[in-house]
Design a binder for this molecule. Structure first.
Ligand code: C2E
Ligand code: MG
Ligand code: MG
Ligand code: MG
Length: 273
């Protein structure tokens, strides 16, 4: 209940508010513990060539199983990690796990790059570059084997800073993916100036393309533009054979989605291969 006192409004302390705050605090405490003790696991989702069903890479996705055994979805803990300064540590761990996975795959004769998601706030940190380098050196991984995924909206926010740092990384051979393409501000002009190798079309277009003529046309335009600018174009969230056929007919050669393969632990990946 709100009470007015000297013209200032106060929110009376309620039990619901207390438990919401306590819940968040508890979750944050557990998350911190998990991140500091390597309790976040990397799962890997295959990226496929849609034309011949061959493997072209993996994306590393963070998985957190809390103390009581339940999985907490990234959409809940990633924002929490971002707002509490824990995201750097988490993402470093994902790079480390990915480097280990690259070497495990190499032993099986498979050599495809793994992409990791990074927050825009990280890339612009002055230390990012050195830390990234050190992580790759630990496992002796060449730059071409690790790619970075950064969402379109984060690209725009700190555009010039992010791009300076990304172009340095790209010059070394690190592939840069624009994630969730089509959901940010999608200024087409920036595509010519950003250091990018891959466009990942957001799943929302894939899911709506069959019902919405407009989404179909936007998707078609993104694929054509991406292809003609020389980017790799990957569609996210492919769940049906029909979506896959449509994408192929539009000239989209690469995809990710439950139809093709789910995100898996490294152990499962080695079985799946
Ligand atoms: P994203 O990078 O766009 O990842 C794609 C998401 O779509 C993943 O969700 C993946 O599991 C899911 N997905 C893939 N194929 C399908 C499909 O066919 N159908 C459906 N319904 N979903 C599919 P996830 O793992 O829950 O991750 C959500 C988001 O959290 C990611 O979106 C990414 O932005 C963020 N995230 C995940 N792991 C990390 C991480 O290690 N670091 C950072 N900074 N962000 C991460
Ligand atoms: Mg991603
Ligand atoms: Mg995405
Ligand atoms: Mg996403």
């Amino acid at each position: 209940e709100r009470a007015k006192y000297d013209g200032v409004s106060f929110l009376a302390f309620s039990e619901e508010l207390a438990s919401a705050m306590f819940g968040r605090y508890e979750l944050l405490k557990e998350l911190r513990e998990a991140i500091l003790n390597d309790g976040i696991e990397a799962y890997f989702q295959p990226k496929m060539n849609l034309k011949d069903n061959t493997l072209v890479g993996f994306e590393a996705l963070a998985r957190w199983r809390s103390k009581d055994g339940t999985f907490i979805p990234p959409d809940q803990f990633i924002p929490l990690a971002e707002s509490s300064g824990l995201i750097d540590k988490l993402d470093q761990q994902m790079v480390r796990e990915s480097c280990k996975a690259i070497n495990a795959l190499k032993k099986r004769g498979i050599s495809v790059p793994i992409s990791v998601n990074v927050a825009g706030s990280e890339i612009i940190r002055p230390d990012y570059f050195d830390e990234f380098n050190a992580l790759l050196a630990e496992e002796d991984i060449p730059y071409e084997m690790i790619e970075l995924e950064i969402t379109e909206s984060q690209f725009i926010e700190e555009k010039s800073y992010i791009n300076t740092h990304l172009s340095a990384l790209q010059a070394l051979g690190v592939g840069i993916n624009i994630d969730d393409f089509g959901t940010g501000y999608s200024s087409l002009a920036y595509l010519s100036t950003l250091s990018v190798s891959t466009i990942k079309i957001d799943h929302s277009f894939v899911w709506r393309m069959e019902e919405s003529d407009k989404d179909w046309k936007i998707l078609k335009m993104i694929v054509e533009l991406g292809n003609s600018l020389g980017f790799n174009v990957i569609a996210e969230g492919i769940e049906t054979e029909q979506q896959k056929c449509h994408l192929l007919s539009l000239g989209c050669d690469y995809g990710q989605g439950y139809l093709l393969a789910r995100p898996m632990s490294l152990k499962k990946v080695l079985d799946w291969l």
